[in-house]
Ligand binder design. Structure first.
Ligand code: FRU
Length: 489
């Protein structure tokens, strides 16, 4: 062996050794992370979430070939936001999920190199297609988000894979830039629909110092789009924060669909989620709002809807963490998908929502307390003069409280929420407790998604407080985990 060959071979073997030990370390770390996640009592057991790391918005949910497909914003490398891919899961019934490989990844050097942001199904086409926002780093002149140095474009990908796992991106975005001449504050999260042989698409955006908006486009083929005008527009809150989403100058994740004889517009801004019910006038192609409200009063954001195989309008949303990024890194995971909500319209044209009725079959039976932080509480009480409430405790630790002061509001987890009674004079509370998530449905009208990270080693006891005669019913049941190991696979 000559000197060169010796050097090359020794280098190679020492490099191999280093690589092997790095690999072993990575595998060890992965196994340790899995072990930690499996034992983490704060990890939900019947909500969808990735096996580890960060997730945010639901993307392009659909029923296809007998199964539900859910995609969502996902960072494969850490439990904080960044390097955004589309994760993919399938379900036969909207609750039991199986993870599939990542469906969409940023392409280095391309229009989505910095991230594959939120998107939707492009309906009414022969080959399954999605529209999503591609993001790249850019010069200040090209940026579409104030001060961020990034450019957002709308992109189309198609799939001939029966599993919807492999997607082919078009060589160029379908929308390379926002409409010229407009001083927009962001340009992302397309939501298309089809009416007859015409496609429409709303894009989340807004105008500097004016307010958030949905930009409306139209197309004859789903690929070539023409800008029309704002479909709807909101108001700037006159704040001066750099991020236009915080000042109401930008609306994220719009969703727009017919419901009963009305149209519904959903959007996320100022860290809140809104619904508006109104009419979509086919003459002026604008949305005219009649009623509006908050879609959720807690840690819920960036929702997206779909129609299920029964024809119901189902809403999904991202349950955000309320702990710090440092705590999320330590935990090894962040974010979950909220339970699906069936949307309907009340007689007063307000939005109503509840989990699908078939979810009752996931109950494991009546319990005296909630075990393993997974269960459901149903409570009905008389709306009137008496102060009363519900407390969730573990031993002496108060985990969560609902307080009713005898008027037309109720305080849930510290948030004051409007309350009205039904014809029977009762108000209904339905709580889903899962790890650190507590979703409370009030009269199927208002929802409050809360996070509770306090330890509950003694299980969760549920107690009625205040006026005893105000309580009509209080039922507790367990809910079956969707996987044995809290990894929801
Ligand atoms: C909302 C959002 C979207 C964007 C995505 C990026 O949570 O900011 O507007 O497309 O997240 O992950």
């Amino acid at each position: 062996m000559n000197r060169r060959k010796f050097l090359v071979s020794s280098l190679t073997s020492s490099a191999m050794c280093a690589l092997r030990s790095r690999l072993v370390l990575a595998l060890d770390e992965q196994a340790a992370l899995r072990e930690k996640l499996m034992r983490d009592p704060l990890r939900p057991q019947f909500h969808l979430l990735p096996p580890a790391n960060w997730m945010n918005d639901p993307c392009a949910p659909r029923f296809f070939s007998g199964r539900y497909h859910m995609f969502f914003q996902y960072n494969p490398g850490a439990a904080v936001w960044g390097d955004i891919h589309w994760a993919h899961a399938v379900s036969p019934d909207l609750i039991h999920w199986k993870h599939l490989p990542v469906a969409l990844s940023p392409t280095p050097g391309s229009y989505d190199a910095y991230g594959c942001f939120t998107g939707s199904v492009l309906p009414g086409v022969d080959v399954p297609s999605i529209l999503y926002t591609g993001v790249t780093k850019c010069s200040p002149q090209e940026e579409t988000i104030r001060g961020e140095g990034v450019r957002e474009v709308q992109c189309l990908a198609t799939s001939t894979d029966p599993e919807l796992g492999r997607w082919t991106k078009l060589p160029k975005p379908v929308l390379e830039a926002p409409p010229p001449g407009l001083k927009i504050t962001g340009f992302r999260d397309p939501c298309p629909w089809k009416d007859g042989d015409t496609w429409y698409m709303g894009v989340g955006s807004g105008f500097n110092k004016v307010g958030g908006a949905v930009l409306l486009y139209t197309s004859r083929d789903g690929r070539n789009w023409t800008y029309l005008h704002p479909l709807a527009q909101g108001k700037w809150n006159e704040g001066t924060k750099v991020n236009p989403v915080d000042t109401g100058e930008m609306w994220e994740c719009p969703d727009f669909f017919p419901l009963a004889d009305k149209h519904v517009l959903l959007y996320s801004t100022e860290r809140k989620v809104y619904w508006e019910v109104g009419t979509f006038d086919k003459r002026d192609l604008r949305f005219h709002t009649e009623t509006r409200g908050l879609l959720d009063h807690g840690s819920y954001y960036a929702m997206k809807s779909m129609v299920d195989e029964k024809g119901r309008r189902i809403l999904w949303g991202w349950v955000q963490e309320t702990r710090s990024p440092e705590e999320c890194k330590v935990a090894g995971w962040a974010g979950a998908m909220a339970l699906p909500r069936v949307l309907s319209l009340g007689p007063d044209n307000t939005l109503r929502m509840d989990v699908p009725p078939e979810f009752a079959s996931f109950r494991t039976g009546t319990q005296k307390s909630i075990k393993d932080r997974a269960g459901e509480v149903i409570c009905k009480f008389k709306v009137g003069q008496s102060a009363c409430g519900l407390e969730l405790r573990s031993g002496t630790t108060l985990l969560f409280a609902i307080q009713y002061g005898g008027a037309s509001s109720v305080t849930i987890g510290g948030k004051t929420i409007p309350l009205s009674s039904g014809r029977d004079g009762l108000a209904s509370l339905r709580l889903f407790i899962d790890g650190s998530i507590i979703e409370t449905f009030v009269n199927s009208r208002e929802v409050m998604t809360a996070r509770c990270y306090a330890p509950a080693p003694a299980g969760i006891q549920v107690a009625w407080t205040g006026a005893v005669d105000a309580l009509s019913t209080l039922e507790l049941s367990g809910i079956a985990p969707i996987s044995k190991d809290r990894l929801t696979v």
